[in-house]
Design a protein around this ligand. Structure first.
Ligand code: FPP
Length: 242
């Protein structure tokens, strides 16, 4: 299975997905299995994310959307929430220059207003200072929920006095946080849960899914490569027939 993958042959993929979404699940279970704290699990997940960003560039993925903090994650302990906020802040403080050198453009998806001012400013700075990079667009879904994204879209449509006849799927897409971006081609979920968990529920209507039992910190370059290769073989019919 996954652990038996040949990790040395990463020949170029003929048809890599343009936009990949990742639900980085299993940090807590990884921590428990390795005798570490949940905070250390999230840190290990962050280190793995850094590797996956490099692999994404190598494998020809152009856009990556990561689910880093959901609107439901506010139900976790204050300690864990603070830890996740601190991890994002420290990534911006310590790794932003390196990410930018690699050509990564950072965007944010979700409700910025509800985050603390310091973190909010750092996210905005991260977006502004990388906006001309074009090797990989990294959408960070942080304080993001798919349903709340649709609700904010509907509110803005009404504020803009759009008439019922003018409402189309295409128009609503322009009111989502992902306005102007192509829909995800592939969504990867680690740690074996078969749920969408409110992630890109509008945009993922025709996405392919890949679910693996691997915990996020252990999701390797070899498994990522295998996932993308398998995606290249899939027959995407978008509801039609060949
Ligand atoms: C799910 O694992 C993971 C999260 C809720 C957080 C993911 C966040 C990171 C990897 C931090 C990196 C983010 C950025 C933007 C630097 P879980 O805690 O639900 O795991 P469990 O289900 O095993 O408990």
């Amino acid at each position: 299975m996954v652990n038996e993958l040949n990790s040395t042959d990463f020949s170029p993929l003929a048809n890599p997905p343009y936009h990949v979404g990742i639900i980085m699940d299993g940090n807590g279970r990884w921590a428990e299995a390795n005798g570490k704290s949940r905070y250390q699990g999230h840190q290990a997940g962050t280190d793995n994310l850094q590797r996956i960003l490099e692999d994404s560039i190598e494998f020809g993925v152009k856009m990556l959307t990561i689910y880093a903090f959901s609107t439901e994650n506010w139900r976790r302990s204050t300690y864990e929430i603070k830890g996740l906020m601190a991890i994002l802040e420290s990534v911006i403080d310590r790794r932003l220059a390196e990410l930018s050198r690699k050509g990564i453009q950072i965007r944010h998806l979700g409700e910025l207003d509800k985050l603390e001012a310091t973190l909010r400013k750092k996210i905005l700075y991260g977006m502004e200072s990388t906006k001309h990079n074009d090797k990989l667009i990294l959408n960070v879904a942080f304080n993001y929920g798919g349903r709340s994204e649709i609700v904010q879209a509907v509110k803005r449509v009404i504020q803009d006095s759009i008439l019922p006849d003018q409402i189309t799927e295409e128009l609503l897409s322009r009111y989502m946080y992902t306005a102007g971006s192509p829909d995800p081609d592939l969504i990867i979920r680690t740690s074996g849960e078969f749920r969408t968990s409110n992630f890109l529920i509008w945009q993922a209507a025709y996405a392919e899914y890949y679910i693996t039992p691997t915990y996020w910190p252990d999701f390797s370059k070899a498994e990522y490569y295998q996932t993308l290769s398998e995606f290249s073989q899939r027959d995407r019919r978008y509801g039609g027939r060949k």
